[in-house]
Design a protein around this ligand. Structure first.
Ligand code: MN
Length: 286
């Protein structure tokens, strides 16, 4: 088994989006900072309501999937079709924008901590214009696995493999075959996981630092940075002295051209121009 080593580190940049929500963007902070098929990773995390209260009022998407994972807080999602999703701590919303969705994502709390992630995953050309769809995954439907040293893993997508046991997550069968794990480790505990060899993979720690093992020794990855792994069969990560919490993502690359204009991600410039025309004419969603 060849260990995947830490190949590139993309520190998150502080930015704001929506109506002024403060967030930290690692993957997707520039077109060069994507990791096929991952387009963007935003971490939001603040105790100050002024940083999140304005939310993300009505906006469109076309051509990819958005995955929102709430660690703390309460967010209401509503779309133009009348779909409504209420995300609370630990819940996940897996939205396939397909040919189009127009939605809002608004904080439902007036005070206290708001913390979580939004990940954008690209769709293959053949699926970019499929009808929009949702999977709302309550925290109780996300299986957890205990690690021998006191850590734990939550399996959102794909299948966790530990000591010959498989723990499948609720999201399976997508064409990019994503794995999405939320891992908590006490200080000094290691976590090792095989990943499909052809998948691109990265890790993002929201708490603590980690050491990523490799053939040439361990390399430190600080919190709030996306650590992109080399090719290989498995990853081995050890928590630093404060313990760590991180998300581990892997998916099959699409190897297709990416043309992005804000919330539209297509394969050609013509398709982007079409998306803008469709949105302006009220035809984005079909
Ligand atoms: Mn959105």
């Amino acid at each position: 088994m060849a260990l995947r080593t830490l190949q590139q580190v993309i520190p998150a940049l502080e930015t704001s989006d929506g109506a002024g929500v403060k967030l930290r963007r690692s993957i997707g902070q520039s077109p060069q900072a994507r990791l096929d098929p991952f387009l963007m990773l935003d971490e939001f995390g603040t105790d100050d309501p002024q940083d999140y209260i304005a939310g993300f009022p009505s906006h469109p998407h076309r051509g990819f999937e958005t995955v929102t994972y709430m660690l703390d807080g309460h967010m209401l999602h509503e779309d133009h079709l009348g779909n409504r999703g209420d995300l609370k701590s630990g819940d996940v919303q897996w939205m396939t924008a397909g040919r189009g969705i127009i939605h809002s994502e608004m904080s439902q709390q007036l005070e206290g901590r708001m913390r979580g992630f939004q990940l954008w995953i690209n769709l293959p050309a053949a699926e970019k214009m499929k009808p929009a769809g949702y999977r709302d995954i309550p925290a109780a439907s996300i299986p957890g696995a205990a690690l021998p040293g006191g850590g734990r893993v939550k399996v959102i997508a794909g299948t966790l493999r530990l000591d010959g046991r498989k723990t499948p997550g609720p999201v399976q069968g997508l064409s990019t075959e994503p794995l999405y794990f939320d891992v908590e480790l006490p200080a000094g505990e290691a976590f090792e996981q095989p990943l499909p060899p052809g998948h691109n993979a990265f890790l993002y720690a929201c708490e603590g630092d980690v050491l990523v093992d490799g053939a040439a020794g361990a390399r430190a990855l600080p919190r709030r940075a996306a650590g992109i792994f080399s090719a290989g069969d498995s990853v081995r990560v050890t928590a630093g002295g404060e313990g760590a919490r991180f998300i581990l993502l892997a998916a099959k690359p699409l190897r297709e051209p990416v043309v992005q204009y804000g919330p539209f991600v297509m394969n050609t410039r013509e398709e982007i121009e079409q998306a803008i025309r469709d949105y302006q004419a009220g035809r984005l969603t079909g």
